[in-house]
Design a protein around this ligand. Structure first.
Ligand code: NAD
Length: 457
């Protein structure tokens, strides 16, 4: 462990990164924290993983994995490089840098639920000491790092003389820069994206001062191809929100156009693909049954909430949220109509929903529009089952209470309607259409198939 960070100590800190003797602590071993653990581990760092979920900790320490795309052999390889998981926060004292990757969901009223970040900071701050670095990776509103992370470290450290000391602070005299270093570096992972390796996604770094910038750049530079320093944590926090708001707004735009194109007899996917041939000024986004995951339906509202403190109303964000959230209702209306055209009623109809996950080839159903679709269809009296091999069963979670088990695709014929909510790549759409009575396709997954059984919506 490093004792302090004078400017020469900073060089020593960076050397520990370069020679891989630094110990990396990662708090929150979920979809973000566990892959990050493996990246550091594969680069030669000993990683200490922290999680309050004892089942996850035990699973990892047994060399097993709970994320589909991470194989046990990856965990076991990390263990041979020194990876250990724990719920014991006193071990924070033994690491050189702490990366925080805990959830930042919304309360039901669309305000930020910061309880996970708050409790993480309260758990780790008592064990911090000079020469360590704390980096928040969770997506959050601009100001969090300064208002919450720095504040908690200073409050807990006051009695022990441990605090976040900036290089501009008058008490950092004679070039002696001790204290805890702090930065914000947003996670930009794209789950299910097999094209862009995670190391090639440039890493944004917003540090509280030059010393922390140098330290964080050395750290992330050891695993990412490119680092992008920005002037402050708030700039980095806002950058991450802009990225996700950009997606939310553009997805809402094509979701709205989809609903207009349908009565006009225009294929919205053909329109988007034609527009995408323009070599500048257009980036293609595609419509769907709504938006899901821990980011797009959630993050924009972090900024809306913060904006209200400045007397500002984020109208684009609110409108995009409304349109995206209304998409499952549109899908249900389309399903009802399609059934009526076959002389059937939605009430009492048997429906097989394909794809519970919020997007293709991921084992994540947080905020998935499929959950809302099941809820709405059931409220209408439909008998709904699902197929998604990523989820053999589904029970309770945030905003859903289901007790269902996976239905095999061999049963397609017994359903009045098959609803494609998520187009996992292993689905054989030709066979699905062949063996179904009616197919509602919300993803344009049947685009190469011509059949009057298909209703695209
Ligand atoms: N999942 C993504 O694709 C993605 C992409 C970019 C950014 N993010 C952001 O990254 C952050 C983490 O998201 P995630 O998807 O990994 O969440 P997750 O729910 O998969 O994992 C979070 C982990 O943190 C643990 N945890 C909760 N409270 C804790 C505490 N007090 N101390 C220690 N561990 C605690 C949980 O047990 C869980 O294992 C969020 O802010 C999210 O917005 C996620």
């Amino acid at each position: 462990m490093l004792e302090a960070t004078s400017s020469s100590d900073l060089q020593q800190w960076v050397s520990k990164i370069e020679d891989r003797t630094a110990v990396v602590g990662i708090v929150g071993l979920g979809y973000v924290g566990l892959p990050l653990t493996l990246m550091f581990s594969e680069t030669g760092f000993a990683v200490r993983g922290f999680d309050i979920d004892s089942q996850k900790v035990d699973c990892l320490n047994r060399g097993q994995s709970y994320i589909h795309r991470i194989e046990p052999r990856h965990i076991q390889a990390a263990q041979t490089s020194g990876f250990r998981a724990t719920s014991e926060f006193s071990q924070i004292a033994d690491v050189d840098v702490v990366l925080i990757c805990v959830p930042t969901p919304l309360h039901p009223d669309h305000t930020p639920d910061m309880s996970y970040v708050v409790s993480t900071m309260e758990s780790l701050a008592p064990f911090l000491h000079e020469g360590q670095m704390v980096i928040l990776e969770s997506t959050t509103y601009p100001g969090t790092t300064e208002e919450l992370v720095v504040e908690t470290i200073n409050r807990h450290g006051a009695s022990r003389g441990v605090r976040v000391l900036r290089s501009t602070d008058p008490s950092a005299v004679g070039g002696i820069l001790d204290g805890v270093m702090v930065a914000f570096s947003p996670e930009r992972e794209d789950p299910g994206n097999m094209i862009t390796p995670r190391k090639d996604i440039p890493k944004i770094i917003g540090a509280i001062d030059e010393r922390a910038r140098v330290a964080a750049s050395a750290l992330y530079g050891s695993i990412f191809t490119t680092t992008v320093p920005v002037s402050s944590p708030a700039t980095a926090e806002m950058t991450k929100l802009l990225e996700n708001i950009y997606r939310s707004v553009n997805i809402a735009l094509v979701n709205e156009l989809k609903q207009l194109c349908q009565p006009m007899g225009i294929d919205v996917w053909e329109v988007i693909n034609a527009a995408a041939t323009k070599p500048f000024g257009f980036h293609a986004f595609y419509p769907g049954p709504g938006v899901g995951g821990h980011c797009i339906p959630v993050d924009p509202f972090y900024l809306s909430w913060k904006a209200r403190q400045f007397g500002f109303s984020t109208r684009f964000i609110e409108l995009a949220g409304q349109i995206n959230e209304s998409m499952p209702d549109y899908v249900v209306d389309t399903t009802r109509l399609a059934l009526v055209r076959q002389g059937k009623s939605l009430c009492g109809a048997s429906i097989l929903l394909l794809g519970l996950a919020y997007k293709r080839d991921v084992d994540d159903l947080r905020e998935s529009p499929s959950l809302r679709l099941i809820e709405l269809l059931s409220l209408e009296g439909a008998k709904v089952e699902y197929n998604d091999p990523f989820f053999p069963t589904v029970g309770h979670g945030r905003h859903y209470h289901l007790e269902m088990t996976n239905t095999e695709l061999s049963h397609l014929q017994r359903f009045d309607c098959v609803l494609i909510a998520t187009d996992h790549s292993h689905y054989d759409m030709k066979q699905i259409v062949q063996n179904s009575t009616l197919v509602i396709d919300t993803r344009n997954a049947t685009r190469h198939i011509t059949s009057d059984k298909i209703v695209r919506c």
